[in-house]
Design a protein around this ligand. Sequence first.
Ligand code: ATP
Length: 383
Amino acid sequence: MIEARGLTKRYGRTVAVNDLTFTVQPGKVTGFLGPNGAGKSTTMRMILGLDHPSAGKVLIGGRRYRELKEPLREVGALLEAKWVHPNRSARAHLRWMAASNRLPAKRVDEVLEIVGLTGVAGRRAGGYSLGMAQRLGIAVALLGDPGVLLFDEPVNGLDPEGILWIRQFMHRLADEGRTVFVSSHLLSEMALTAQELIVIGRGRLIAQTSTKEFINSASDSSVRVRGPEMERLHSVLTGQGLAVQETPATTDIPAALVVRGSSTEQVGELAGTVGLVLHELSESRGSLEQAFIQMTGGDVEYHAGGVGPTGPLVGTGPAGAPGVPGFAGPPPGAVPPGGAPPGAVPAPTPPGATPAGPSGPGGPSVPAPTSPGTDAWTGVNKP
Ligand SMILES: Nc1ncnc2c1ncn2[C@@H]1O[C@H](COP(=O)(O)OP(=O)(O)OP(=O)(O)O)[C@@H](O)[C@H]1O
């Protein structure tokens, strides 16, 4: 289990992590979700003792990282894949890691097998693809058979096969009862990977909730319904206080009613009770990414094309409901349609502009201060 309490990190005037309190439970994959610059990597570095909190604390199994007697046996991490000496083979690298952490050499072949690198373990790591390098990084993280695993944006740059492998692998680790904490800036990816979500924006907690609940609340959904007696259908639905909109027919799509704030079950049952025939009854769910941008919009540090927090990326309409008239989009920091997700904390007032840091577009992704010797002891994959 990982517990953060009031965790804060300041770099000069930049508050990278702001009073974060959350818990990561064992036995499931927990996603750490936030836009670029939200403070995910900084938080992970503090969990791993690579950075010191300015305030608050973070505990692994009830202890600070520096208090762990054999850290590699307690926590493994994948922060950046391409850090192995290019001329060293995967096996040689793992043997060196195992020896410097007093771990049995036989564990090297075990982890190579687990990540599927046995067949290429003798090849120089410099020639590995990104997917293979990620697997090697994961093998390093698993060397000490730790109960807690951290992955920082593990699928970045991978092809679909690599993404699927990592996703399934994380599920397997969680099924074994481990604590699996994985960061991403993509809600769509986390929707497929994580059972639980911790969502942050500009270093602050936005929500800690199950992925299912977060998605249900975050993305607007509507029911499309049509039948031969549209007028009667309309009055039955509005008679129940439902918000109903008519959508006219197009060349290939027939006219229908769009019902917000309801479900296909409710609409179908209402029609059924008055004996109305239906020709269509379907649910459409909004785009997750749109919902996520909307939810964290005021907390995004970097916007494409240098657009600020009040620019076009924010408030482009309700999630996945482009073209719905009368919706101008919420102000930055506003809760999504349907209210805040369960477990949501009040949206913060966006602080003043912070200086662009080194993790901005084009900059290195993890500008961690160097801690000589730390890598060998933690198994943290840093360049
Ligand atoms: N060593 C550092 N010195 C100064 N500022 C830093 C440092 N590390 C991070 N920051 C700043 O802290 C904030 C959070 O950065 P962090 O890398 O933790 O975010 P992130 O959510 O991991 O983003 P990304 O997905 O882009 O990696 C950013 O404003 C970043 O510029």
